[in-house]
Design a protein around this ligand. Structure first.
Ligand code: 13P
Ligand code: SF4
Length: 350
């Protein structure tokens, strides 16, 4: 990193002191992680943001939906800052509120809406979390999807899960023991979601047609190729990967799980990791006594996570230190009220 920028980041952070708390998601660049007060997966960061009532500024080095969730979970006088407003998430953008409302009407027309509990992945906008909160559902992350679905199925016979079809399918089939045939895919770009009313009535899991553009690129070929090339390799992937990839892997879990698994791995063991490249590179550097490699060299960084770089972080910290509040993320109170209900149900899971 540019030594001048590093010095400026240090100075601005020191000037802000306890007034600013910097959160860094595991997919952030090394140069940004170096200034994070805490790092975590999206679940841990949501909890950590809520546990800092004394900080005036929560500087969120992650993507927009994470900053929105932090705003919902923090006090009214706390300000959540996203150092680059263009740091979105292509998966979260695959479900817009009007589309979800249309889906709800389709389910009502099929006569099943009373049986449905909506579950949204954390990777969704605040208004979608609000919709879910208003309709008796909850938020989940990749570290609690199984418990969230158990909660939902204790309250209704069907789940509408969005936006990530892969997390929904992988959790339903591999963790809850559903058949693939219990899951149907709702395509928001097709009339009626591309489903017949009979398909909707027969399904237990209605999956939104959304995916992560980074994790969706790992294939079964990547897994087979690394197993041929590296005998004894352990394949460790994020549940946003396609079903056949997760099924072929040895272990699956959130970014926090991936980190803990590699920490506990014996020296000399080999690991092919299917998740974002910044994290895999950091893990490879942190564990030189283990062979940590990327599951597929053609898969790259999450472009939107990478938008938060040291220049943006320095700019945001310096502006805050100078008394100018920049890039604040706010959720309107009515949306926040219901989104909070859906987030609190997740935070209360056993
Ligand atoms: P985690 O909840 O595992 O941190 O994942 C968030 C994410 O965006 C993965 O693509
Ligand atoms: Fe969104 Fe995928 Fe990037 Fe995660 S890795 S923030 S799901 S685009």
């Amino acid at each position: 990193s540019d030594p001048d920028l590093v010095a400026r980041a240090r100075a601005a952070k020191a000037a802000l002191g306890d007034r600013a708390f910097v959160l860094g998601h595991h997919y952030q660049r090394d140069e940004v992680i170096a200034f994070a007060d805490v790092t975590g997966d999206s679940f841990k960061l949501a909890r950590d943001a809520a546990a800092r009532p004394a900080a005036e500024f929560i500087v969120f080095c992650g993507v927009h939906f994470m900053a929105e969730s932090a705003d919902i979970l923090t006090g009214d006088d706390q300000k959540v800052i996203l150092p680059d407003l263009a740091a979105g998430c292509s998966m979260a953008d695959m479900a817009a509120l009007p589309q979800v409302e249309t889906a709800w009407e389709v389910l009502a027309d099929a006569g099943v809406v009373d049986q449905i509990v909506p579950v949204t992945y954390m990777n969704s906008s605040a208004d979608i979390k609000g919709f879910v909160g208003r309709h008796g559902g909850l938020v989940c992350t990749s570290s609690n999807a199984k418990r969230a679905l158990e909660w939902a199925y204790a309250r209704g016979g069907k789940v509408l899960f969005f936006p990530d079809q892969h997390l929904g399918r992988n959790t339903a089939v591999l963790e809850l023991g559903f058949d693939l045939a219990d899951c149907v895919l709702y395509d928001p770009h097709k009339p009626g979601g591309g489903l017949t009313p009979a398909q909707v009535r027969d399904a237990r899991m209605i999956l939104w047609r959304g995916h992560c553009s980074v994790h969706g690129r790992f294939t079964l070929d990547s897994v087979e190729e690394v197993r041929r090339r590296v005998p004894g390799v352990n394949v460790l992937v994020h549940p946003e990967c396609r079903h056949e990839v997760v099924r072929a892997a040895d272990l699956v879990g959130s970014t926090e799980f991936i980190i803990r698994t590699l920490e506990a791995a014996p020296p000399g063991s080999a690991w092919a990791v299917g998740t974002e490249l910044n994290l895999v590179r950091r893990l490879a550097n942190a564990h030189p006594e283990k062979r940590v490699m990327f599951l597929d060299k053609t898969v790259c960084y999450c472009a939107t996570m990478n938008r938060i770089d040291l220049p943006h972080l320095v700019w945001a910290l310096e502006e805050l230190a100078a008394g100018r509040v920049v890039n604040r993320i706010t959720v309107d109170p009515e949306t926040a009220r219901y989104a909070r209900v859906a987030l609190d149900r997740m935070l209360a899971l056993p």
